[in-house]
Design a protein around this ligand. Structure first.
Ligand code: PEP
Ligand code: MG
Length: 323
């Protein structure tokens, strides 16, 4: 009930046996920060910057972007915000870029691929992000990373932009954290090595399900195959978390799974560090975290990872977790 949820306001996101996580929000515009504060969010785990680029007829300038990122950082008063660099392509088009039509847009010219090609666009965004980084706790995240080379290239461009700013005597947070979305199976498989080159992971389950099971996330005809309880997804998530932790980095999640009340206890059992979701789901998530024992969930995870079907995973959770 809502009363129950109001009781966790101002509380820590901690399990009954003392495991502390962060519960943060996904946002699309600076206006959304209001909802994050209203719902007692511990930060922003995903700021989808593509909305800054959409519904207009030209690219946003460095100044426009700087103002937006700065506003979010300031309004969060020191709470962290993970700002994701442009993730356009796939189902999100920008008419003014005149991108060629593709046979398989979700497998095509999208996100970091576009940014590494159009470095003019990418550098403008990175300059704005770095300049805004002195106003709060901004972290940068690259989307749709599929290979280590892409990450190294992106980091190289970022270093170049930092160099530029230094030469211009413009201040920025030199130790700004860099993370990647793990949302492509190849990145999940290589996550042991990716973990050595970034400060954090954020698992994007929306795309990770789509790419792992070869199910277009927007195609109704095959939506019966798109399943958050798919055992392959759960095994991948476990691998990503373990590989991140072996290198001592935080593993977060910002796809829809992070806000799924049935799966939150399982993710706690796997040791996920941060959950980012729609602002309206945060208090419920904290209530769940506050009412479970991590130790019990660890035992359930072991059992779940042996199950063969999504249906059995669902039933197992239904039967064993009463929350
Ligand atoms: C995801 O893929 O899970 C994700 C959070 O990113 P988006 O939904 O913006 O693709
Ligand atoms: Mg995604």
């Amino acid at each position: 009930s809502t009363k129950k949820l109001q009781m966790v306001r101002g509380k820590k996101s901690i399990t009954k046996d003392g495991f502390v996580v962060k519960i943060a929000a996904n946002i699309g515009t600076p206006k959304d920060v209001e909802g994050v504060i209203d719902n007692d969010g511990e930060g922003v785990g995903l700021y989808r910057t593509e909305f800054l680029y959409m519904d207009r007829d030209k690219l946003p300038t460095e100044e426009e972007q700087f103002e937006a990122y700065k506003e979010v950082a300031i309004r969060l008063e020191g709470k962290p915000v993970v700002i994701r660099t442009l993730d356009i392509g796939g189902d999100k088009d920008l008419s003014y870029l005149k991108l060629p039509e593709e046979m398989n847009p979700f497998l095509g010219y999208r996100a970091i691929r576009l940014c590494l090609d159009r470095t003019d666009i990418f550098k403008t965004q990175l300059r704005a992000l770095l300049r805004a980084s002195v106003y709060g706790d901004i972290k940068i995240m690259f989307p749709m990373i599929s290979a280590i080379e892409e990450l190294r290239q992106a980091k190289g461009i970022l270093e170049g932009v930092k160099e530029e700013l230094r030469a211009e005597n413009i201040k920025f947070n030199n130790n700004i954290e860099i993370g990647i979305m793990i949302e492509i199976p190849s990145a999940a498989v290589m996550s042991d090595l990716f973990a050595k080159e970034v400060d954090f992971f954020s698992i994007g389950t929306n795309d990770l399900i789509q790419y792992t099971t070869a199910v277009d996330r927007g195609n109704r005809k095959v939506s019966y195959l798109y399943n958050e309880f798919h055992p392959a997804l759960l095994r991948l998530i476990k691998t990503i978390i373990d590989n991140g932790h072996k290198e001592g980095i935080k593993v977060k999640m910002c796809g829809e799974v992070a806000g799924n009340p049935k799966l939150i206890p399982i993710l706690i059992g796997m040791g996920l560090d941060e959950f980012s979701m729609s602002a309206s789901s945060m208090l419920r998530a904290r209530w769940i975290v506050n009412n479970i024992l991590k130790k019990d969930m660890e035992g359930l995870v072991e059992e779940i990872l042996k199950l063969p079907t999504a249906q059995e995973v669902k039933e197992f959770i239904q039967k064993n977790i009463h929350i």
